[in-house]
Design a protein around this ligand. Structure first.
Ligand code: ZN
Length: 578
């Protein structure tokens, strides 16, 4: 992160070198050891030659190599030390990897990319790792903010996780009263469905212990009937018009968006991500960040609202853009509730609920049918958030209908999360060519929450084994902010199904390290129809790769998440260096 400029010089900065020539001859015919294809870039006098590495290419035609050559931001040859060294010319940079492991750059297919929050707001939990915090530390951070904030203006904290608190109890209204009695104070759960408030906030919203729950949300109470400060889902809307918020000019807003995106780009490459599917965000700011040379990863831009409407109205289909910023699928169109906060729509009620609670379906089948058909007809890749089996069924039903009315080959409807499946859903996912983007870090990070579902359901949840066995291209979708995005943490969870607390859930869904690498690379590329240009270390593809200090195949499986990212390279340019 520190030396971008310097390291960019070291590994040439070749961004924007373009898609030149995906046709032409092969080079270096040494049977088996080298495969070169589909590029008319002559590999001789490569700009970068990497050798003496354990390269896992994630290309089934040649899964392992000792090195590769890069030119104009692309891999131009992949093979043995001897073969790639032969491509060294006068201006070639060389990199002796000293037997370190190199894999394709990781791809995250579902990310809310909340850079502004990380950069500008009070962060009360660890966004990136499992870390337990004290309630005292939360109070202290918010108090410091309150001291700089005019009375009556909100003081907010972010990235709280109720199961990562050292005090081993719930955060409550008394805790937040210690922050301030003059400011409304609120702490937001990283999962996005619950928040905690102080007395001032409750009072400003006119809430009392007698206020009835509002539809779609709750005002939680202590045993003695008093409000405890925790408020869920849509019940929080009572605060929308309460208190003042810091205000910004349009220019300031744009700067914050720009700075936030540049900041999160640095975080992504620090963890080895070279491509991320963004759930919306400021497209103009994104382009400015790129123009300034501060976009270090590639973006599949997933959108809704005005931009999606403009795409439909003006014939902009998925795939429009270039290899840095491209319109991908829509942003997640939500069909049900949340996995980590227990509101996803289940065919059988949650255990121990009375009256029986089966989660929230957030849209009718008719509305879903209409939305999917409209987007599908416009040549835009549909993307629906569906966690529970009921919601996944609804999404597939709507998509199957749209395909009957308007058949389009290779549409790859995206199902974000696709958490709880069964055999019939698997069959239909396969038949429709749907591409799931499944939780990644949850198996490790959220193992403390799976007792809510129980082992029988967890056997069919985040079902990577089932997807891969059925020939379904399941990809990684971290869902940051709710989940950390670190790909190696995700891979460890996919391989072990064991969480930070030592609990193992759904061990039948374990996949191998090689399969987890595929999920995090080539399957991610496939998810956005980009498998021809990224996702493996293959001649002709974009030179996006990660140098790892240890090999996830041979290190103890519970240490995979701790493997040091030594270097991250996007398009041949080093964008992060330890
Ligand atoms: Zn999401």
């Amino acid at each position: 992160m520190k030396k971008n400029r310097h390291s960019r010089r070291e590994f040439l900065s070749l961004t924007g070198a373009g898609m030149a020539g995906i046709a032409g001859g092969t080079f270096l015919g040494a049977a088996g050891s080298v495969q070169a294809q589909a590029t008319d870039l002559k590999p001789q006098d490569a700009e970068l030659v990497v050798f003496n590495a354990k390269v896992y290419t994630v290309d089934s035609r040649a899964p392992k190599a000792e090195g590769f050559a890069v030119k104009a931001g692309r891999f131009v040859a992949v093979g043995s030390n001897k073969d790639v060294k032969a491509l060294t010319g006068k201006g070639t940079q060389t990199f002796d990897a000293k037997q370190m492991t190199i894999v394709p750059g990781f791809i995250d297919c579902h990310n809310h990319a909340g850079g502004n929050t990380l950069l500008y707001e009070v962060i009360v939990g660890n966004p990136f790792e499992v870390e337990f915090v004290t309630i005292a530390s939360i109070i202290e951070k918010l108090r410091a903010k309150a001291q700089k904030t005019p009375a009556g203006e909100w003081v907010d904290g972010y990235f709280f996780d109720d199961t990562k608190v050292k005090d081993n109890r719930q955060l409550n209204v008394q805790d937040l009263d210690q922050v301030s009695k003059d400011h409304p104070v609120s702490v937001h759960h990283r999962g996005g469905h619950t928040s905690y408030y102080n007395s001032k906030a409750l009072e400003m919203a006119g809430l009392t212990k007698n206020t009835p729950n509002s539809p779609g949300g709750t005002y939680d109470h202590e045993a003695n009937g008093e409000l405890n400060g925790r408020i869920t889902d849509r019940a929080r809307s009572v605060f929308d018009k309460v208190g003042n918020h810091e205000t910004f000019t349009e220019e300031q807003k744009l700067k914050r968006d720009r700075d936030g995106l540049a900041y999160i780009s640095k975080q992504f490459v620090r963890y080895g991500l070279t491509s991320v599917h963004h759930e919306g965000g400021n497209l103009f700011a994104l382009q400015q960040v790129r123009a300034r040379g501060e976009l270090l990863h590639r973006v599949s831009f997933e959108t809704s609202g005005n931009i999606l409407e403009a795409m439909i109205a003006n014939g902009i289909a998925s795939g429009f853009g270039d290899e840095w910023i491209k319109f991908g699928a829509t942003s997640e169109h939500t069909a049900d509730g949340s996995f980590s906060e227990r509101t996803m729509a289940l065919s059988k009620p949650y255990e121990g609920t009375n009256p029986p609670y089966s989660g929230n379906v957030t849209e009718t089948q008719d509305d879903l049918n209409t939305w999917i058909e409209r987007v599908h007809r416009a040549g835009i890749q549909v993307n629906c958030h569906a966690n529970g089996d009921v919601a996944i069924d609804m999404v597939l039903t709507a998509f199957e209908r749209a395909q009957r009315l308007f058949p389009r080959a290779d549409a790859r409807p995206k199902i974000t999360h696709c958490t709880l499946i069964n055999d019939d859903l698997l069959r239909r996912i396969k038949a429709s060519g749907a591409v799931p983007a499944v939780f990644t870090t949850y198996a490790y990070y959220n193992s403390d929450k799976f007792h809510f579902y129980g082992e029988e359901r967890m056997k069919h949840s985040m079902a990577y084994r089932s997807f891969l066995d059925a020939g379904i291209s399941a990809a990684a979708g971290s869902d940051f902010s709710p989940g950390p995005f670190a790909p190696l943490m995700g891979i460890q969870g996919m391989v072990t199904r064991t969480g930070w607390n030592g609990e193992t859930w759904g061990a039948n869904q374990r996949i191998s390290v090689d399969e987890a690498l595929q999920v995090n690379t080539i399957n991610g590329a496939y998810n956005s129809h980009e498998e021809a240009i990224k996702g493996s270390i293959t001649p002709g593809k974009l030179a996006d790769f990660v140098v790892l200090a240890d090999d996830p195949h041979t290190i103890a499986q519970d240490k995979i998440k701790d493997i040091e990212i030594v270097r991250t390279v996007t398009g041949g340019a080093t964008v992060y260096q330890k």
